[in-house]
Design a protein around this ligand. Structure first.
Ligand code: 5GP
Length: 194
């Protein structure tokens, strides 16, 4: 069903869940959407990961410690949550998503595969978009080229990416990230056309 218009594309989708393998450029594509399509509301995830240089609290993530993340989970404040790359906790704060949808905004969640599956269970009306690399070799190049992880971490992420690539068929539609601007425009046109 990937890359083919599926039945899911016939329904209105103000909520789009974007997932895909590690290093495919989900963050870059969603940053492009944030900067160029202000009509789209972007969910800001909570994470226990430390900020990378240049990352801002409340813009890229809500950076929280483990006890605070556990509290958010316990109190039902997260729409979905997952441990990504076997390391840090990530989760989508529930209320902002509900508020954006109540305000009739187009909303975009950029999350990992485990999270996407949880959202599918609770919000099946969303459109699930798989962001794919042009090829596996290109994905490896992007992961190595990013240079933000050490070798052990890189290998861990490549293992995760292999499993994630196999999940493409679970999604309603595939967008190939051959070019950030083009991929972002395709993503937004999927939201706009409904
Ligand atoms: P990074 O640490 O590179 O920013 O993100 C690592 C992974 O975590 C990415 O695959 C990203 O999509 C995923 N991620 C970011 N926010 C969330 C979230 O709220 N929930 C889930 N399940 N995954 C997330």
């Amino acid at each position: 069903m990937s890359q083919q218009p599926s039945e899911a594309l016939d329904r209105p989708h103000r909520l789009v869940v974007l997932a895909g393998p590690t290093a495919v450029g989900k963050g870059t594509v969603s940053a492009y959407v944030r900067d160029h399509f202000p009509e789209v509301w972007l969910s800001v995830s909570a994470t226990t990961r430390a900020p990378r240089p240049g990352e801002q609290e409340g813009v890229h993530y809500h950076f929280v410690d483990e006890p605070e993340f556990a509290r958010m989970e316990r109190d039902g404040e997260l729409l979905e949550s997952a441990v990504v790359h076997g390391q840090n906790h990530y989760g989508t704060p529930r209320h902002p998503v509900e508020a954006a949808l109540a305000a009739h905004r187009m909303a975009l969640l950029e999350i990992d595969l485990q999270g996407a599956r949880q959202v599918r269970a609770s919000m099946p009306e969303a459109l699930f978009v798989f962001l794919a690399p042009p090829s596996w070799d290109e994905l490896v190049r992007r992961l190595v080229g990013r240079g933000t992880e050490d070798e052990e971490e890189r290998n861990r992420r490549l293992e995760t990416a292999k499993v994630e690539m196999a999940a493409e068929d679970e999604f309603d539609v595939t967008v190939v990230n051959d070019d950030v601007r083009r991929a972002a425009q395709e993503l937004v046109s999927l939201m706009r056309s409904h």
